[in-house]
Design a protein around this ligand. Sequence first.
Ligand code: RM4
Ligand code: MN
Length: 387
Amino acid sequence: MHNLSAVKDTLRAQRIEMPSWAFGNSGTRFKVFPQAGVPRSPYEKIADAAQVHLFTGVAPSVALHIPWDKTDYVELRKVAGDVGIELGTINANVFQDEDFMLGSVTNPDAAIRRKALDHLFECVDVMDQTGSRDLKLWFSDGTNYPGQDNIRVRQDRLAEALAAVYERLADTQRLILEYKMFEPGFYTMDVPDWGTAFAHCLQLGPRAKVCIDTGHHAPGTNIEFIVAVLLRAGKLGAFDFNSRFYADDDLMVGSADPFQLFRILFEVVLADGLAPAAEISFMLDQCHNIEPKIPAQIRSVMNVQEATAKALLVDTEALAAAQAARDVLGANAVLMDAYNTDVRPLLAELRGEQGLDVDPMAAYLRSGYGSVIVADRVGGEQAGWGA
Ligand code: RM4
Ligand code: MN
């Protein structure tokens, strides 16, 4: 049987990182619907993120996207620190400059490759100012048509750029490589899957690890298998959590398939991946197109907590015994028992013990912060996906 106080200790120590862009406006290629009260600067994004942490107690850091969050980083770090927020992962952006239409670091044009690399170096400079440990790289590079470019040569260009960035990092900093099956490339992506990301990270060295964005696979992919394999190899660096029904939907984590989230977190628990020593970063990478953003982040954080609690409740001894006895149904039942446990009372109790409101969502809504920002944030330009 599991030890409830150990489960609580692990939940209390859990940390979930928020993406700055989740607080700005976002949408689909069809329409971005602006929301009243949306931040107009990185500072206002941090203020909103601080609310999520205030009510959940487990989300003390915010990932930045460069150049969307371009500012005086030393000042931003200070202001964030004043409201209990740390600046987290730095996300590079080599997908929105006109020059990158045919690729950034894998572009056939050497001058464009150089420009992309310079941006990645700039991101390392930002990390030095923000105190960030991780540089997360997602490349939109790819092709749309067979024959458009040489697949293998593009891999060489990618390897060259990654090596240059890795070289530039301090010993305490890490390169986190994210993959995505398709979009914007519809024929090939240069980092389409965990195997490609893994191969590059292996070649780079111990401070290069893979990021699993849960929305970046083919439908039906067994993501927890990837989690298990990467953990076994010591190469899982981070998650970008979100939910999807079809493609890269970026919906609230745990909303489309809470059972999958549980299965993923169970693999993490089995490998002791929640321990700080495992250095796995648990990030959200979501966009809130139709729902209010701060409560959506609160909901997402709570969904991760609930899935984690269920994963921690799996009776691993009973599971191992059933597996050893080749008891297929028994083993599966152990897992399902944990999944079907209502962990909300446990989390409420934990929050109470931490001096938090037992219901973060209700507490946030009661706080009136939502109306304050709607009244205050008039004029100026709202931040959005791309600013
Ligand atoms: C990409 C990828 C990155 C995220 C951008 C906004 O699809 O998921 O992690 O930073 O979108
Ligand atoms: Mn992502």
